[in-house]
Ligand binder design. Structure first.
Ligand SMILES: *Cc1c(COP(=O)(O)O)cnc(C)c1O
Length: 348
């Protein structure tokens, strides 16, 4: 979701931007007017995410999935490998891509763990000569969140696509953090990547230029033509987050939204069930099941009739999934919870 105020603001500015005689979509990305938008979005990414100065922010097209390749391409070498917490569908994809470029292994495998959860401290096994440990802070499909960051003595790299801006990031533990913007920060079209500046000298230089983190950093993410519309909208979303109270307020809302839906599940007497260990329940993707697939289909269809849409679980797992990203208003959560009660009463 995007806040309605942003969509309307963009609509009013779309045809002609700031008396320039043209739309943003027609403008040179080297023009002063665009530069202001670009620099504003960059600065706000750092301030709203509360990122320390040691990090550079990059806007890179290709979404989070290009980062599945860029991370190993830039960080792996013949003498070092990449460790992955294989916590679910997205982590597995990241690991599979890393194996195309070098030595990568699962430092913890959660595929047969029930209920689903993240690793406990001490379960993550790091081999010698490992360059980084890749973690997925929130498994969007499984609805599992990493609550305790693994305590290992190598740098962490994090895919935070589905819980960006839902909680503070422990920057001192990370060398690189990335996320596609389309879930929590804007429309599709790029990833926001935060990279520790000191490691840019060590990243691989034997790559196509677009694939090098240092090139993006040296060129303020203007090495090639950037996705100007996505950056413009993301800048607006970051301003909105700022004006609503910033990270602390987003975290408070995240906790409140999730608590309401989990309360509805837990107080349903087993009518709704959640397959995740309580500690690791996702706060942004609440997944739940009903007694059988037929009832779940009816739930999703009836919800849609009540204007509650996009509740179908991912096609690989089925069930129901409520994605509660930053722009989701509390009224939307309240409507879902009320619907869950009504549906249960009418379908026993
Ligand atoms: C959505 C998602 C992705 C894929 O993002 P794209 O921007 O579509 O490439 C990767 N990782 C996680 C955790 C996601 O939720």
């Amino acid at each position: 979701m995007l806040p309605e105020s942003i969509l309307r603001e963009a609509q009013s500015e779309f045809f002609e931007l700031s008396g320039s005689g043209m739309s943003l979509l027609e403008m040179s990305h080297r023009s002063p007017l665009y530069d202001e938008i670009h620099e504003g979005a960059r600065a706000r990414s750092k301030s709203v995410f509360e990122v320390p100065d040691e990090f550079e922010v990059l806007f890179i097209q290709g979404g989070a999935m290009l980062q599945f390749s860029m991370v190993p391409m830039n960080f792996l070498a013949d003498d070092v490998s990449g460790a992955y917490v294989d916590s679910g569908a997205w982590a597995s994809k990241a690991l599979a891509d890393a194996r195309m470029y070098g030595e990568a292994y699962a430092a913890w495998d959660g595929s047969d763990v029930s209920p689903s959860r993240m690793p406990d401290q001490g379960e993550v096994e790091i081999r010698p000569d490992t360059r980084y440990l890749h973690v997925t802070s929130n498994e969007t499909i499984g609805g599992v969140r990493m609550v305790e960051w693994p305590e290992v003595d190598i740098p962490l790299i994090g895919d935070m696509s589905s819980d960006y801006m839902s909680r503070p990031i422990p920057w001192d533990r990370f060398d690189l953090v990335y996320g596609g913007v389309q879930k929590n920060l804007g429309p599709a079209g790029m990833a926001v990547v935060f990279v520790r500046r000191s490691i840019l000298e060590e990243t691989s230089k034997h790559l196509g230029t677009y694939l090098r983190y240092d090139i993006h950093a040296d060129n303020r993410s203007l090495f090639n033509t950037p996705p100007v519309f996505t950056i413009w909208m993301t800048g607006k979303m970051l301003s909105w987050i700022e004006s609503e109270g910033g990270l602390a307020e987003m975290e408070r809302r995240t906790n409140q939204r999730a608590a309401k839906v989990y309360d509805a599940i837990d107080s349903s007497g087993g009518y709704y069930t959640n397959p995740v260990a309580v500690r690791d329940r996702s706060l942004t993707n609440v997944v739940f099941n009903l007694a059988n697939a037929e009832l779940e289909t009816r739930f999703v269809a009836q919800a849609a009739k009540n204007d509650l849409v996009n509740l179908k679980g991912h096609r690989s797992v089925g069930g129901v999934r409520a994605s509660l990203y930053n722009a989701m208003p509390m009224a939307g959560v309240d409507a879902l919870v009320a619907f869950m009660d009504d549906f249960q009463a009418g379908n026993v």
